[in-house]
Design a protein around this ligand. Structure first.
Ligand code: HEC
Length: 262
């Protein structure tokens, strides 16, 4: 006789209640996480509502919000000898603030108008505007730092893996096509890994912000499916009766077999 694995029809009422309480709590927790995401990320691009730009800015940063950019449009503007140089600097920032452009156009402006104060030897507390590396840092807008991404990733992976594993363990008790089940159990984990990977990719290449959204959505949808299917089968599915019938059928068959060999 092939081995039979446990299904929802095999578990006790207390186990069913425990599973349900757990799944509902995870579901509510997930909703709260989404609302939290909305509050923390919306409006990063200066517009209300969550958009792909907000995600891009969170991981990659924005050329519109650099310290150098706001300095030359704000408090440091009076130091520029020619106001037209503001345009030159802003355009250079917009285009990615590369080193060739720096040597070509930016260094001469800074050397003339800014290094007077912004030299480490004179004012160690002010940003150093004498070298490309430090100017480049001021000319690239924020985004998540690699250490902060690593920190969030490891917490995220450990925490979510537990949730996915426990929800998956319950979901495995469903009566559905086994091939579908095998895929469905795997998808949230793949989505989670893709999600974390996409943060790092988006930090480097802003075009990949969609991947953050896609993998996050994939994980949300697959987890929700597991939760809903489990809840449905635990409380509303009639397969229970069918399995009970199969069980008695199997029992009688083995009994007959056993008698035959007796
Ligand atoms: C007269 C001295 C002086 C000159 C000239 C000067 N700065 Fe500054 N700069 C300062 C001081 C002082 C601060 C700190 C201001 C503060 O923190 O409020 C500062 C701060 C900054 C900052 C950092 C702002 C931040 O995000 O904290 C940047 C960027 C900057 N300056 C760019 C420039 C540029 C570009 C020029 C040339 C066009 C320039 N500065 C010329 C004195 C100067």
């Amino acid at each position: 006789m092939p081995q039979r694995y446990a299904r929802f029809s095999d578990i006790s009422m207390s186990e069913r209640i425990l599973n349900t309480a757990f799944l509902l709590t995870i579901g509510i927790g997930y909703l709260m996480a989404l609302i939290n995401l909305y509050y923390t990320d919306q409006g990063r691009d200066g517009k209300p509502g969550l958009s792909i730009d907000d995600i891009t800015i969170q991981f990659h940063g924005s050329n519109d919000q650099t310290r150098l950019g706001s300095a030359v449009t704000g408090i440091m503007l009076p130091n520029l000898k020619y106001k037209s140089d503001q345009e030159v600097i802003l355009r250079w920032i917009q285009n990615g603030a590369d080193e060739a452009g720096y040597n070509d156009k930016i260094a001469p402006i800074l050397n003339r108008d800014c290094v007077l104060c912004h030299t480490p030897a004179i004012n160690p507390s002010l940003p150093d505007l004498t070298r490309y590396p430090s100017v480049s840092e001021l000319a690239h807008g924020g985004g998540a730092s690699v250490p902060s991404l690593v920190r969030v990733s490891h917490i995220h992976l450990f925490g979510i893996a537990f949730i996915l594993y426990l929800v998956g363990k319950i979901f495995i008790l469903c009566e559905i096509n086994i091939y579908l089940k095998r895929v469905m159990v795997l998808i949230p984990f793949v989505a989670m890994l893709l999600d974390v990977l996409s943060w790092f990719i988006t930090k480097r290449f802003s075009e990949f912000a969609f991947l953050v959204v896609f993998s996050g959505a994939l994980m949300g949808i697959s987890l929700t499916m597991q939760i809903l299917l489990s809840l449905h089968q635990m409380w509303f599915s009639r397969t229970e009766i069918k399995t009970a019938e199969i069980k008695t059928e199997v029992k009688t068959k083995t009994r007959i077999k056993a008698q035959r060999y007796r």
